[in-house]
Design a protein around this ligand. Structure first.
Ligand SMILES: NC(=O)C1=CN([C@@H]2O[C@H](COP(=O)(O)OP(=O)(O)OC[C@H]3O[C@@H](n4cnc5c(N)ncnc54)[C@H](OP(=O)(O)O)[C@@H]3O)[C@@H](O)[C@H]2O)C=CC1
Ligand SMILES: CC(=O)C(=O)O
Ligand SMILES: [Mg+2]
Length: 765
């Protein structure tokens, strides 16, 4: 993607559909007059009076305990410099988004229009009663040091300047691990720190707390090496002034073991890297552009351990790994501070986690085959679900042991479970899917590429490396639209109606005619059919000219399914095609089957649908926990529709005892584990979180999925086609661009899996 398109995409992302990235959502009922009289006057007076009696009650009756202020004056925004409070707002909203998705912490971002230290401090102090914690962000040095010191001293809630300590914690963890891999001692290594601002000073202090030696450190600011004979050094810079007779980064880098970049983009050259000691460690953490590009650095030296602050390369050393989890732990024990003990505990928790076996889900989410502790994996990935279960407890424990926790935790197991539950639903699952597709791109034919939304989705799939698109439709229209949306690239475009592909059509017609000549198809009618985009596309997949197919954006579902079933047909061993939809619900992804094909499945069909759905759930890296739904609970109705579900369950229990499936069950019992445990403790699902619902018929499944989609505004992936011989996926009429991209990822993964299975079968033969 060109820089220009990336820029436009970022602007549209922030502007549409609603400007900005966060909003406030009520957490209490507000439907009735009674609700409103509790939410506001007169009921609201009661908690007010309780808090007046004891301020601590604010944690009991208001959102304070889970609310963090992300506060900036915009004086050191990423590496963009002093761009002002308004211009810093997108970054602060971004931090709010990260706090929420990684640690379920709510954030108000606050941009303060002052560069005066005292005014800033007084502003934060005055608004502090609202919050459970204060995250200072992107405030330049040296002001940041004084601001943080004073606020920590004068407030009794945790205050942390993220650029100092978040960065110090994560980079110290990465440094300890990198040193272990390069078999060097922190006491011995020569460290060059580029930057002498908030982040650089605090990082270096923390490395020293872990054993780095001041004499081995050279720090530089925008004027060059900070030497002890330089005039007017701030006290923080003076702390690291060197007596060595050097002035430039070039000189400092000679024989250095470690380079820490918290300064500006592109200031390190390959020549400098080559002058470093063997197995150098280079953390180029300036954002958004590092001190040296990742690829250039690893191309320059193959013995390097390289990290940047960016998410698009291995080893993202970025404070996003720190602040959500540190605040989570601090808030959960109502710590009055974030002290050294808590920071050290976070460092060790992060460093140790990188050495543990990585769950498959994380490998998939990052498109990796196998992440293991190595030069390319020195630190956990930000969306590793173990982070929330490991780092906050370590921080909370340290807070308790160092005497700053007002609400100690007693039951650690229970605490870990609540932390895991906090992760809830977000679009991790989509990320997981996309990254898995990227591992091994496949050729996806889009049968309706002359539709703008389809073409846009194909563009995203192409530019993000998810798929190799093949565009089917009216060629001149596709070319016109491609130009309009700046879809550049050497993409195959085919118009099945054109004579340009006559030979290909004749070949497909012959194959099709041979398949169906005893079912009333003549060679002439077969040739005519190949002018139809869905037949042509299906034949492309059938004949191996494409790996997967996507259609249905502008045609009704049945009209697209029919040619697919005729040309492609069912998988061997499969007697039914069916579909499942993944709904992103409050409680996490929920799979619903069969949402599109089988009007009234028999008991035997239901068993097939359940088995196929279990396969798809696993494809998402999730263990299926399935309820076979009904209006009846375990035999409470003797009606035929309930009996068929019961029969399907009996079969599954007998033939597939490993599957976690049970029923027949009403959906409230299926989804409420306490209710189920209380009433049906014998069930295989008792105490479990059901993530898959198999419905007794098409009506109930389809109605439920559409209801959830519209009423809850739930994002949906699907319908995902199951049971077909080749990867064929059909969109809902008028699907959105995002839905088509997600479906593309599904189609690619399906193709990957089918090819793997075919290869396995061939090797057995
Ligand atoms: N990856 C991560 O997690 C994080 C990365 N960062 C990045 O670190 C950088 C600094 O942030 P922060 O400390 O908050 O900002 P500050 O404004 O507090 O500090 C910036 C420092 O960089 C120095 N500097 C600027 N240009 C150069 C140069 N060409 N060579 C050497 N030093 C230079 C400045 O020198 P002088 O003192 O002379 O002005 C100053 O000391 C930013 O790029 C930011 O994105 C920050 C926090 C987290
Ligand atoms: C990551 C971050 O906080 C920064 O670059 O400023
Ligand atoms: Mg920052």
């Amino acid at each position: 993607m060109s820089k220009q398109s990336r820029r436009r995409e970022a602007l549209v992302y922030h502007a549409k559909p609603t400007p900005g990235k966060i909003k406030v959502v009520p957490t209490k009922k507000y439907a009735t007059q009674r609700d409103l009289s509790l939410a506001y006057s007169p009921g609201v007076a009661e908690p007010c009076l309780e808090i007046q009696k004891d301020k601590n009650n604010a944690y009991k009756y208001t959102a304070k305990g889970n609310l963090v202020a992300v506060i900036s004056n915009g004086t050191a925004v990423l590496g963009l410099g002093n761009i002002g409070p308004e211009a810093s707002k997108p970054v602060m909203e971004g931090k709010g988004l990260l706090f929420k998705i990684f640690a379920d912490i709510d954030v108000f971002d606050i941009e303060v229009d002052t560069e005066d230290i005292e005014v800033f401090i007084q502003t934060v102090k005055m608004i502090a009663p609202t919050f459970g914690g204060i995250n200072l962000e992107d405030i330049k040095a040296p002001e940041a040091f004084e601001i943080e010191r004073r606020l920590k001293e004068e407030l009794d809630i945790p205050v942390m300047h993220d650029d100092q300590h978040g960065t110090a914690i994560i980079s110290a963890a990465a440094l300890l691990n990198a040193l272990e891999l390069s078999e060097k001692n922190i006491q011995d290594v020569r460290i060059v720190v580029s930057g002498a601002g908030a982040a650089a000073v605090s990082c270096t202090r923390l490395y020293m707390a872990f054993g780095a030696v001041r004499e081995n450190i050279v720090m530089l600011d925008s004027k060059g090496v900070i030497r002890d004979d330089r005039d007017n050094l701030t006290s923080q810079k003076a702390e690291f002034a060197t007596h060595r007779d050097i002035e430039t980064l070039d000189e400092a880098m000679v024989d250095a073991d470690v380079f820490i970049g918290l300064s500006a983009a592109n200031i390190v050259s390959p020549r400098m890297l080559l002058s470093m000691a063997a197995n150098p460690i280079v953390f180029a953490m300036a954002n958004p552009d590092p001190e040296i590009e990742y690829q250039l650095a690893v191309d320059t030296r193959d013995d390097i351990i390289m990290a940047t602050g960016r998410s698009d390369h291995p080893n993202q050393v970025n404070n996003v790994l720190g602040f959500p989890f540190i605040f989570r732990g601090a808030l959960d024990v109502r710590a009055t501070k974030i002290n050294e003990e808590m920071k050290m505990a976070a460092v060790m928790a992060l460093a140790n986690l990188a050495k543990e076996a990585v769950p498959e889900q994380v490998n998939i989410a990052y498109g990796e085959t196998r992440l293991t502790f190595s030069k390319e994996y020195i630190i956990p990935k930000p969306s590793d679900p173990r982070l929330i279960a490991e780092v906050p407890p370590a921080v909370a424990k340290a807070a308790m042991e160092s005497g700053v926790a007002k609400e100690p935790i007693e039951d650690w197991e229970k605490y870990k479970n609540t932390l895991l539950e906090r992760l809830g639903a977000d679009n991790k699952i989509v990320r997981l899917l996309i990254n898995r597709a990227k591992l091994n791109r496949k050729r996806v034919v889009y049968a309706e590429a002359d539709q703008l939304s389809v073409l846009k989705a194909a563009q995203i799939a192409y530019e993000d490396g998810i798929a190799i698109p093949i565009l089917l439709g009216r060629k001149d229209e596709i070319e016109r639209l491609k130009e309009e949306i700046e879809f550049e690239g050497d993409i195959l475009i085919i118009d099945p109606k054109s004579d340009e592909v006559k030979e290909q059509k004749d070949k497909y017609a012959e194959v099709y005619w041979n398949q169906r000549k005893r079912r009333g198809v003549t060679l002439f009618s077969a040739k005519k059919l190949m002018r139809e985009r869905n037949f042509f596309a299906a034949m492309m997949v059938n004949e191996g000219d494409a790996d997967a197919l996507i259609s249905g954006y502008s045609q009704s579902y049945p009209s697209v399914v029919k040619p697919m079933l005729e040309v492609i047909g069912l998988d061997s061993g499969s007697t039914r095609a069916a579909t499942t939809n993944v709904m992103m619900t409050q409680r996490g992804p929920m799979f619903l089957s069969d949402t599109s094909i089988n009007i009234n499945p028999s008991a035997s069909d239901l068993t097939k649908i359940a088995q196929m759905t279990a396969g798809v759930v696993k494809m998402f890296g999730i263990e299926p926990v399935m309820a076979m739904t009904s209006y009846s609970n375990f035999g409470s109705s003797k009606n035929q529709t309930a009996i068929k579900v019961r029969e399907a369950v009996m079969y599954l229990h007998k033939r597939h005892p490993d599957l976690i499936v049970d029923g027949e069950l009403q959906t409230d019992f299926a989804l409420n584990k306490e209710l189920l445990q209380e009433n049906f403790p014998f069930s295989k699902l008792a105490g479990k979180n059901v993530n898959t619902l198999i419905f007794p018929n098409l009506e109930s499944a389809n109605i439920t999925y559409k209801l959830l989609k519209e009423l809850n505004n739930s994002e949906s992936i699907g319908p995902i086609m199951m049971g077909m011989r080749k990867p064929v996926h059909i969109l809902q009429l008028g699907a959105s661009v995002d839905e088509i991209v997600n479906m593309t990822a599904i189609a690619v993964i399906d193709a990957q899996q089918k090819q793997r299975r075919e290869a396995q079968a061939a090797s057995i033969e």
